[in-house]
Design a protein around this ligand. Structure first.
Ligand SMILES: [Zn+2]
Length: 235
């Protein structure tokens, strides 16, 4: 079998392209780093490969996000010196053990302190971090909801936070319930606000169609920039 391999770089993503004696195009995203591989029939041009990648871009992005989240979560040890993100800022963790129930305090521009009991393992420390994320995110979401429900003239029955791997939020238009990913606590306030507006817009329009985009354009003209910032994979 004739095989020809090459590398393509598109919007910062490195794509391994393989031309071989096949009939159909296959695109794959592989763990642990979310590497991208595309297999195409012999003679397929780079242009054609680029078009396929563009048409699959959202799917690729989601797959990569999933792998990177998994990798990140399993590699976290919650020890002193490790970096953690909160509201778009990177902090160096300082773990202080003692007779504590578990809490986190931002102790400066670049540092966060975690107070935990000496026998809290990785799981216990992760729980403390998640509690901190949840509290911070709840506060931010509440502020944004008050502002944007009124501006958009729609009201959610409830907004809840949960662990979601591949989405930042989801909305059930019928029961007006909004779910937000706990991961969002790592992102900037502007990104959090964008997700709130996006999900509230789904109370007006379920699909990502022209009507939806025009609601977003009117409410938040820079939403595309925020969406890209949100999906930036650097961290
Ligand atoms: Zn949506």
């Amino acid at each position: 079998m004739t095989t020809e391999e090459g590398k393509l770089i598109m919007s910062g993503l490195e794509i391994q392209a393989v031309r071989k004696d096949i009939k159909n195009i296959h695109v794959g995203v592989y763990p642990p780093n979310g590497s991208i591989r595309i297999a195409v029939p012999l003679g397929t041009t780079d242009e054609k490969i680029k078009l396929v990648i563009i048409s699959k871009y959202n799917w690729i992005r989601k797959q990569r996000q999933k792998f990177l989240n998994q990798k990140r979560e399993t590699s976290r040890e919650y020890v002193t010196g490790e970096s953690h993100y909160f509201m778009g800022q990177r902090y160096i963790l300082n773990v202080i053990t003692g007779p504590y129930r578990g809490s986190i305090e931002i102790t400066g521009k670049k540092h966060m302190a975690m107070y935990v009991s000496p026998d809290a393992g990785i799981q216990g420390r992760r729980k403390v971090m998640e509690g901190f994320y949840r509290a911070g995110l709840t506060e931010e979401l509440n502020k944004d909801m008050v502002k944007w429900e009124e501006r958009l003239g729609v009201y959610a029955s409830e907004i809840r936070i949960r662990k979601m791997k591949t989405k930042w939020g989801s909305t059930n238009k019928k029961d007006k319930r909004i779910w937000i990913s706990l991961e969002l606590a790592k992102k900037s306030c502007n990104c959090i606000e964008y997700v709130v507006v996006h999900e509230l817009a789904h109370l007006i329009e379920r699909n990502h169609n022209n009507k939806f985009r025009s609601i977003m354009d009117t409410a938040m003209p820079n939403w595309k920039l925020l969406r890209d910032e949100l999906n930036d994979l650097i961290y």
